[in-house]
Design a binder for this molecule. Sequence first.
Ligand code: APR
Ligand code: ZN
Length: 264
Amino acid sequence: MTEKGLTEKIALVASMIARAERIVVFTGAGISTESGIPDFRSPGGIWTRFDPDDFTIQKFIASDETRRKQWKILVEEGLFRNIEPNRAHRAIAELEQMGRLDCIITQNIDDLHQKAGSSQDRVYELHGNMQWAKCLDCSSLFAMEAIREQLLNGKEIPLCKRCHGMLKPNVVFFGEQLPLNTIEAATCHAESCDLFIVVGSSLAVQPASFMPGYAKAAGASLVIVNMSPTPCDRLADVVITEMAGKIMPRIVTETKKLLKNLPC
Ligand code: APR
Ligand code: ZN
């Protein structure tokens, strides 16, 4: 895309944001790659190095060996590495501060929207949040930091401190029920927005990938910022195939200019 074409698209999206009444931003792993976290389906992504079948809830529960392997992968993949939000996360947090954001629906478990300043009660985490571990026996929740000591001191399969039951990261594994109340609330926001902006998702995994369609069916405009094609591109009003960290700050800057010139 030429710089001129890109600038025109950014101006168009900024005008859509300036005019919209209820804006939902939908994010996937692609928004966090510029924070150093690999996504899942790009070259070098997590599912190109590990088998998703190993991450089913059935396998996690079935065997010590699987649990040992999964905790090991999580630690090696940087479960405790200090990760920071990038310019794309911060741009979306700025939209909220400008009064231009209804909510964020995210598939990510990295807590980076909250770290960037987005309000917790405006972030719907469809796949949970890696900051917590849950006991499958007594349902106690523990901050992952508390588990860190056990893991980094050689404990291969951390156990619940309360009942010595099975601990699992509080994220959705394949084959596991998504948090129903979160899905319902997110669907309601998708169906009642007038602008739906996808940032960094292949839109490959259901039911999350239904959300853009719900918004479009309810009459919303659809914008997709993603480095590769998605199944919803044909539905979109604007598709920008560029890095989120480059585009989102430019969109926010253009929106601010428009809002400044709007009659009070
Ligand atoms: N800017 C914009 N797009 C990017 C960037 C970037 N910096 N980096 C990667 N992308 C794009 C990729 O081209 C890809 O299309 O982000 C998309 C990420 O897609 P996936 O890796 O499939 O991640 P996601 O859509 O979040 O996957 C959904 O699948 O395995 C499950 O639970 C997992 O939540 C995850 C779900
Ligand atoms: Zn317990």
